[in-house]
Design a protein around this ligand. Structure first.
Ligand code: URA
Length: 195
């Protein structure tokens, strides 16, 4: 078994007991799927969004709706294959009406899934998409506007945050800055691959 297959098995084992998770309130709000995340289990780059929306809840896959299509486009623009990265969210169940997850929902879900996903995948770079992902990952309020596109350090991982695609859909004027951040991510990826 190669490292990728081994990590795939570990991720499967992590997900299996929680396919109908009811460890927090979001398990009781009519969600259809626990959206675990998808991609390369041995990825060097991990994207973290906020939480599944309607399309993601329906399909059980992260970033498949309008935000996901925009994410796919910017990845293609900078030459990052979606299949080479891993994509997940702070919370794995859709918050009703796409509200932000509560601190308690985020903490419960990250304790069950995200921290373990990070331990298994051990990505070189983590990209939180938007302030909710960034704040929850770092465990403190921070400004996505100030920190986007910069290199941060958290628990020994390189963190390069950027805006959430839904924000870019609403604020087209930031599309170029967003593209710049993805170029930064691509360069960071090339740099870890050349080590
Ligand atoms: N928005 C997110 O934060 N995550 C998804 O998976 C889809 C939309």
């Amino acid at each position: 078994m190669n490292p990728r297959e081994y990590k795939e098995e570990l991720l499967k084992a992590l997900y299996a007991p929680y396919k109908n998770c009811q460890e927090c309130h979001l398990g009781f709000t009519g969600r259809k799927n626990v959206v675990f995340g998808e991609g390369n289990a041995d990825a060097e780059l991990l994207f973290i969004g906020e939480g599944p929306g309607r399309d993601e809840d329906e399909q059980g896959r992260p970033f498949v709706g309008r935000s996901g299509q925009l994410l796919n486009r910017v990845l293609a623009q900078v030459g990052i294959e979606r299949s080479e990265v891993f994509i997940t969210n702070i919370v794995k169940c859709r918050p009703p009406n796409n509200r932000a997850p509560s601190p308690q929902e985020a903490a419960t879900c990250m304790g069950l899934f995200l921290y373990n996903q990070i331990k298994i995948i051990r990505p070189k770079i983590i990209c939180p998409l938007g302030s909710i992902a960034l704040n929850n990952l770092l465990g403190k309020p921070c400004s996505i506007t100030k920190l986007r596109g910069t290199n941060l350090e958290w628990e020994g991982f390189t963190i390069i945050p950027t805006y959430h695609p839904a924000y870019i859909l609403r604020n087209q004027s930031q599309a170029l800055s967003w593209l710049e951040d993805f170029k930064t991510l691509k360069n960071a990826l090339l740099s870890v691959q050349s080590r």
